[in-house]
Design a protein around this ligand. Structure first.
Ligand code: PMP
Ligand code: GLN
Length: 378
């Protein structure tokens, strides 16, 4: 067969986690907690199974869960998404992204992506026959020059993908960014995919700039989210998509034949768990403590710390130490220091290398301590 993705290899997360396992390294590469989720949540899922919630959920998701999500978004961002027609439960953020793109991207459509970018966007666009228009951002601040974005717009621009707080950089979009985006896309029908999986992991009192806050944008936007981040349960692979009715209609046309519906007892358990909003409203403080702890440890190493305003990733630069390729540096750290990271060049379609590595700090205190102890020897 002719490969549909001839230039796509195995995702860097699998590659680095496997390497970490092989060398019994401390795995700060793939983003997942090394501590368990709340036992109350596990009990609620067990209870749902025992109570017979073991058959198909409705195609768009459990109504109670959709209603809770709509309430959460209304309380936090003042946006009204109708649970029946504008909220869909998915098999994680990844399926929400894949489905949203599949629903609207046609051959030849151009999609603007800010890089470094989470690694599923570009291959999905390509798979659909779309063209990726990357805008490369650079360390230390990865800030967006909206005049440059403007230059990427053509008659074929179909969509722009946002991700704030951002993976891998930990940067966040400001109100000024959103205003610039609004101005740029005014009177156009350019769609937005806003990947907001880290909406509840944002630091130093910054306000998450959800697209749901902006009526003019949200009427042509998909917002995707993940319960994996919200509940410290990345292996459950549940998430959701918010979109106005006209887009949700198209989204569900794909969703119904992609997965039809997703895990019932977990949806029941999560719905019961999320009735208590403290479960997610304390997440920023929880991770800010981890970020501060990790940064204070790392400041003793020879790495240069880059800013981290959100997400559970800390990037470091070693450009002042050597010009080794970041992929080589990441392998070396595993093999000779026993710590796995992700080379940030993996998040650029052209493989641009700024000698930056990403570490996940959703880890126990002792894991972070042990890892940095090893990195001291660098
Ligand atoms: N988007 C971003 C930015 C992510 O970091 C992740 C995963 N960690 C996802 C989407 C996918 O989420 P999920 O694991 O729920 O598929
Ligand atoms: N989002 C996680 C990360 O950035 C990994 C998700 C995955 O392995 N697909 O590391």
């Amino acid at each position: 067969i002719q490969s549909k993705l001839p230039h796509t290899g195995t995702t860097i997360f699998s590659v680095m986690s496997k390497l970490a396992d092989t060398h019994q390294a401390i795995n700060l590469s793939q983003g997942f907690p090394d501590y368990d989720c709340d036992p109350k949540l596990i009990a609620l899922v067990n209870e749902a199974m025992k109570n017979g919630f073991n058959q198909y959920a409705p195609m768009p998701g459990l109504p109670e869960l959709r209603t809770l999500i709509a309430e959460k978004v209304s309380n936090l961002y003042g946006a009204n998404y109708h649970p029946d027609t504008e909220v869909t439960i998915t098999a994680g953020g990844t399926q929400a992204i894949f489905t949203a793109l599949s629903a609207v991207i046609n051959s030849g459509d151009e999609v603007i992506i800010f890089e470094p970018a989470y690694d599923c966007y570009a291959p999905t666009v390509k798979l659909l026959g779309g063209l990726v228009k990357p805008y490369e951002l650079a360390p230390p601040n990865y800030e967006i020059d909206w005049e440059m974005v403007k230059k990427l717009f053509t008659a074929n621009t179909k969509m722009i993908i946002l991700n704030s707080p951002q993976n891998p950089t930990g940067c966040t979009l400001s109100e000024k960014d959103i205003k610039a985006l609004t101005k740029l896309t005014k009177n156009t029908d350019v769609l937005i995919l806003s990947d907001e999986v880290y909406e509840h992991i944002i630091f130093d009192g910054l306000k998450h700039q959800s697209i749901a806050l902006y009526p003019e944008l949200r009427e042509r936007s998909f917002i995707t989210a993940s319960f994996g981040k919200l509940l410290h349960a990345t292996g459950w692979k549940l998430g959701y998509c918010l979109a106005p009715e006209w887009l949700t209609k198209e989204f569900r046309k794909v969703h119904q034949f992609n997965v039809f519906s997703v895990n019932t007892p977990m949806q029941v358990g999560i719905a019961n768990y999320l009735k208590d909003t403290d479960t997610y409203l304390g997440l920023s403080a929880f991770f800010q403590e981890k970020r501060d702890f990790f940064r204070s440890l790392l400041s003793e190493t020879s790495f240069k710390l880059l800013p981290c305003n959100g997400s559970y990733f800390q990037c470091v630069s070693y450009a002042h130490l050597n010009q080794e390729k970041d992929t080589d540096m990441a392998v070396k750290l595993v093999k000779t220091h026993g710590v796995a990271s992700v080379p940030v060049s993996a998040f650029y379609t052209k493989g641009t290398d700024h000698q930056v590595l990403r570490f996940c700090f959703a880890k126990k205190q002792e894991t972070l301590e042990k890892a940095v102890e090893r990195l001291m020897k660098l």
